[in-house]
Design a protein around this ligand. Sequence first.
Ligand SMILES: [Zn+2]
Length: 184
Amino acid sequence: MCNNFNKKFLDEAAKALQDQDYDSVKNDDEHNQFMQEAIKLAIDGAQNNEGGPFGCIIVKDGEIIGKGNNKVTSTNDPTAHAEIIAIRDACKNLDSFQLEDCTIYTSCEPCPMCLGAIYWARPDKVYFASNKTDAANVGFDDAFIYKEIDLDYNKRSIKFEQNSRNEALKAFKLWEEKEDKTKY
Ligand SMILES: [Zn+2]
């Protein structure tokens, strides 16, 4: 009786473990596939001279809902990074300013601008392939900008100086008192 119970318990545990393994393998495959898509965008975009070698896709419920590759040089837009373009595409398709329950796959660890955009968009998770040091190794400024964030305003390579704070606070006062605002 006792042995039977133990056997049943062990069989169930083994099956649960198997199922779990199967799920994690399946998930890994899915994540790898989505990342392959992001990397393909990076390679194709760079080969077509659209911009730097960066690609990004955004997934919700197993479907790709947004795509982007770097288009800085072809559109004269320094903000046209893969993640920014993909976030705009996904938000347009979702008709929302939030990426709720979405996952971002980006071919490289996001730069500070894109990191900020990702935080504003609030997806669930970000997968990245190469990292900011890899990007620095081929001449992209990501690591340098990350370091600038911590510096005092007057120590940054682009100087920052405050001006007209009291005037600007009028906009915040208006916002604070506005009753029909859409919060985000
Ligand atoms: Zn970026």
